[in-house]
Structures are given as C-alpha cells and as structure tokens.
Design a protein around this ligand. Sequence first.
Ligand SMILES: Cc1cc2nc3c(=O)[nH]c(=O)nc-3n(C[C@H](O)[C@H](O)[C@H](O)COP(=O)(O)OP(=O)(O)OC[C@H]3O[C@@H](n4cnc5c(N)ncnc54)[C@H](O)[C@@H]3O)c2cc1C
Length: 428
Amino acid sequence: MKRQVRCTICNEIFEEGVEKCPVCGMGSEYFVPVEVKETVFQNNTDKTYLVLGGGVAAVSAAEEIRKRDLTGTILMVSDEPVVPYNRPMLTKMMLESCDPAAIAIHPDSWYEEHNVIALLSKRVESIDVEEKKVWLADGSWLKYDTCVYALGAECFVPDYEGKELDGVMTIRKTKDVQKIRELLPDVKKAAVIGAGVLGLEAAWELKKAGCDTALIGHSNQIMGKQLDRDGSDFMKRVIKNAGIGLYLGKKIDGLAGDGAKVIGVRLEDGSVVEADLVIISTGVRPNLGPAKAAGLSVSRAIVVDAQMRSSVEDIFACGDCAEFEGVNYSIWPEAAAQGKVAGANAAGEPLVYENEAYGVSFSGMNSELFSIGDLGKDPDKEYRVVTSQNQEWGWYKKYWYVNDSIVGAILIGDVRDAAVVMEAVSRR
Ligand SMILES: Cc1cc2nc3c(=O)[nH]c(=O)nc-3n(C[C@H](O)[C@H](O)[C@H](O)COP(=O)(O)OP(=O)(O)OC[C@H]3O[C@@H](n4cnc5c(N)ncnc54)[C@H](O)[C@@H]3O)c2cc1C
C-alpha cells in the first residue's frame, strides 16, 4: 500500500507520489508523511441525517457519518448543480477548462457507493426546529433527526455604484469561473479589487491570460493579514516585476460603465483605472439566513462548541458559516476539519475540534509565498525576530519566536522550508 501524505497548506491527505495537491494545487515541498487512524466507532441506526450545503464541510460531515452509521439515511442539499468540489482550485481553472468533474472532491459514483443522496440545485429556505423540518425554496420540505448546517459563505461585495454592470464578477462557484471564461476572449484590460491572497491569485491568472491587469487595494499593504510591512513591501516589488499595475491605499468611488458594461474602476481622487473585466475580492460573509431565523445563536457566524453543536438541539454547524471560540477563519482546512468533527458527533462519537495554525500560500507572479501563525502583532508578547532577505535573488524570510519557540513565519521566493516551519509552529 502506498504511504499517505498531508498537504500542510490545506490539510488534504492523499497517496504519496502525487505531484500537486488536488485541493490547493501546491507542490510536494508542502507535503509531510502521515499515519491516518480510522475510527472503529459504529452506531447503525434508522435516523435521517440532513446535511445542508454542498461544500467541503458538508461532504466531510457526510463521510464521517457514513463511516459510523452504515444504515442511516444521509441527505445532502446544495443549491449548486454539481457535487462538492475543490473550491480553492477555482481561480486556477480560469485558464484551463472549468469542468466541475475535474475538481470534484468525490466522483458521482462515490455518492451512490456510500448511499449519500445529493439533492442538487435545491435551495434551503428555512428550518422549523420544533417539527425538525427544513423547507426548500421550491416549497417542499425534508424531515431530519439530526441536521448539519454547512451553508458556507458568499463573497462580500461592497455597495459600489455600478456593481451590477456586466463584467463585474466575484469568484466563489464554478458558474462564476465559467462566466469569466466566456468574457475573457474580449477582455483587454482587467482590474482586481482586493489585495488579499485571492485577489493576488486572480490578478496573476488574468495577467497570464494576456490582460493588462491592475490590482487595487484599499489598504497600503498587500495581504494585510498574512504579511508584515517589510514582507508587503517585498511583495509589491514582486507584483510590479510581474507586470501588474498596483494601486494601493485607494478608496473606490464606484464602477464606471457605458450603461451596460463595466469600463473601469473609479477612484476617489476622480481617476479611472480602465477595465473591461473587474473581479471583486473583498472577503466573504457567512450564509446565516436560515440559522438566524431558526433562532440558532449567531455572532459573526453560528456559535458552536468543540463538538460543533449549535445552540439548538440536534443541529450541528461547521465550516465557513461556523464560529468556534470566537474565530471564523473561513479557510479550507478548518472547514474540512470541522465538517469531520460535526459528522462524527452527529453519528454519536464525541470527537472534539481544536483550533490549529494553518498556513497560507501563494504561487504566482514568478514567485512563491508562505505565511503562518503569529507575526508579532500581539503587543503583550515579547518576540525575537530573525530576518534575512536578498533582493537580487528575490527571497525574503522572517521568523518570530516567543520564549525560544517559533510562533510564526513568512517565506517569500524560497519556500522550501514551509513544511518544516508549519510542523514547528503547529507543535510550538
Ligand atoms: C477562489 C477561492 C480560492 C480559495 N483558496 C483557498 C486556499 O487556497 N486555501 C484555503 O484554505 N481556503 C481557500 N478558499 C476558501 C475555502 O474554499 C473555503 O473556506 C471552503 O470552501 C469553505 O467550505 P464550506 O463547506 O464551509 O463552505 P462553502 O465552500 O461555501 O460551501 C457551502 C455550500 O453550500 C451551498 N449553499 C449556500 N447557501 C445555500 C442554501 N440556502 N441552500 C442550499 N445550498 C446552499 C453553497 O452553494 C455551497 O455549495 C478559497 C475560496 C475561493 C472561493
């Protein structure tokens, strides 16, 4: 049997020998060997488990339920027309064919083999917690014994004037990428609003597609969450060297159009960054509508305990729509791990979730970047910082230590140590 490895970026586990991670596309320098322990817990029932959502949190929950309950009914409801897929691959599919089957987490046959009934293109409208029923937008309803709420998040779009113009896009679903691919042949100039990691990814793919590309950010910093000021300055040079126009510290006044189509991004100083495609990448907001209406306790997202239990009996929540210990990171490894814990608990095995340090990586602009952990931003801690950089060779490295334990790091240009750093930060 082949040994298994774990991608330290997205936590996905797969057989050794694969060149690129199927979830996030990162290379083998990010892989570490793992031993996977399978559960022996069994609790076969005639219960109905209703899993709401069609992302990684939902499918992870369904997988874990089925491992423990071989006879219960598992229904998974998603408003997307396709079974769950590796969402982080979406931007990278802009230039390749955006065939959802090519990035599916499991092929259609998996659902049949595991008796997981995927109800697709069905929208969850509301939850009746007294009757234990979920109402769908088509007027039908489904009964449940145990419900897992995994409705994830949507892109947040600020209320820009002109945001409804043709050519203004976000990237969250396969349909978004399919639409962008349709538009691309006519796009000469493109702009991305948002200088976070997903904004950088989108800008690089547009540049590779041959578009004259601009990256516009509200803050003066690139990837404000994952870089310090020096790292951000280093990245600005990397981006400019890649031939992408940078407009940082810019407030956006609105999107300019010709009546139907977008023609540019209007900045507060009155100038216009011309663009016939604008991708907005300004963060996400959890899908909380049905949860709030049903009375689940909600803060920034649905409040869950370590077993992913919501405040309402028999309803678990996980992934981008859940908040554990005040944190809702909205990242893939967290959604997958929470889905697993929710599924195990829904089936009766009391597993607990622990917040872990996950890294963020970016590969593009003729460079690579990895960032993890505490980057010295806590005023109550005394950090020791070790930095080295070489402008000529294009690398920048910075490590933060507290009491001689590594707590965070940024690597740009040379990320060969990423897996080792990731393990060290996780283990403190
Ligand atoms: C382009 C892109 C790149 C990314 N790259 C990375 C990365 O490199 N690393 C990383 O860690 N994370 C990345 N992420 C974030 C990561 O994909 C998410 O954190 C993860 O997918 C969350 O999974 P989830 O199952 O909680 O929610 P989602 O993936 O949002 O899934 C929720 C599902 O529920 C469905 N749904 C929503 N509302 C309803 C309703 N009312 N009725 C029925 N169905 C509904 C949605 O259509 C969707 O199918 C990226 C995201 C995007 C969009």
